[in-house]
Design a protein around this ligand. Structure first.
Ligand code: GUN
Length: 297
């Protein structure tokens, strides 16, 4: 029997718990505020940001959305970040990635106040994560940890293979898996585009986390029976339908599900958790900045 993991149900539970925390903050006169900044014409990025804003509205977080034309000078974005750093109503700042080529990504990440960096991408927050003292765990890897816990998957002593070495998912995911404590203690391998014999690595894994951004690159032939498969990929591929595209993961779901003991679908797997953990980090940011303690799950 293969468990098809219901990411929406797991995310709903977390969102309920985070919502209780926003109530707690509200009783002390604190409304968490999240600023999203979009500097892109990419349809998928627009969709992700609007989903993040909608989630804010649903759980009592004040959303502030900023759009900057993709062909504006980079300074427009750097200046906007400075304004948001200074705005006391804004506890969290998220600049949707990727930014246009003429914008320096590192300048963006380094100019966000680390206390407001709810993505966890500022070097100070990356350093804290690596040191085992995370302030804001990056949303997608944190969400994967929550999925594993909610599905009853023990990570301690297991062989985990992370496919993909991005700053947003692959690297922080591996760092979380090797930490001491719950959701960690896994023997962790990071694979990437230059890895030789990828299938050998994935076949030897108890847990495979696919985060390479390559549609359906992991199929059933690359997995052993009983593997837990977490698919982080959300790829738009051409399709003969009204939208002209469909969403597929980095995993070939059908063949992988024949081998997996548990697997996340796309959509409805990891995606909802990314948003739930952003809400979590925003509430944590509001708590840290206001000094009002909350009991986050
Ligand atoms: N683009 C894709 N995923 C993310 C994310 O988690 N945060 C930001 N800021 N941009 C992204």
């Amino acid at each position: 029997m293969t468990t098809i993991i219901d990411g929406n149900a797991i995310a709903d539970q977390i969102r309920d718990d985070v919502s209780d925390c926003t109530d707690r903050l509200a009783s002390d006169g604190v409304t968490p505020g999240l600023a999203t900044v979009l500097m892109s014409d990419d349809g998928a990025s627009e969709t992700y940001v609007s989903m993040k804003q909608q989630a804010c509205a649903e759980i009592g977080i004040e959303g502030y959305h900023h759009e900057i034309d993709a062909d504006e000078p980079a300074e427009e974005l750097y200046d906007r970040i400075e304004e948001l750093n200074e705005d006391p109503a804004v506890h969290g700042i998220l600049v949707q990635m990727p930014v246009p080529d003429h914008v320096d990504k590192r300048t963006v990440l380094e100019s966000i106040d680390p206390m407001k960096d709810v993505d966890g991408f500022h070097p100070e927050n990356v350093g804290r994560l690596v040191a085992g003292n995370a302030r804001y765990k990056p949303c997608t890897p944190h969400g994967v940890q929550k999925i594993l816990a909610a599905t009853g998957v023990e990570t301690e002593g297991k062989d985990a293979v992370v496919v993909g070495r991005s700053d947003i998912v692959g690297k922080p995911m591996a760092n979380l898996l090797i930490q001491y404590g719950e959701g960690g203690n896994a023997t962790t391998t990071i694979c990437h585009s230059r890895t030789r014999n990828l299938a050998e690595r994935t076949r030897s894994a108890d847990i495979v986390i696919a985060a390479a951004g390559v549609p359906q690159m992991i199929d059933g032939s690359m997995l052993s029976d009983g593997t837990v498969v977490i698919d982080v990929g959300i790829n738009r591929v051409d399709a003969d339908n009204e939208k002209g595209y469909e969403l597929v993961g980095d995993v070939d779901f059908e063949s992988a599900a024949e081998k997996a003991s548990a697997i996340t679908p796309v959509p409805g797997g990891v995606g909802p958790l990314t948003i739930a953990m952003l809400m979590y980090n925003t509430v944590k940011a509001a708590s840290l900045q206001s000094g009002v303690a909350v009991d986050l799950p």
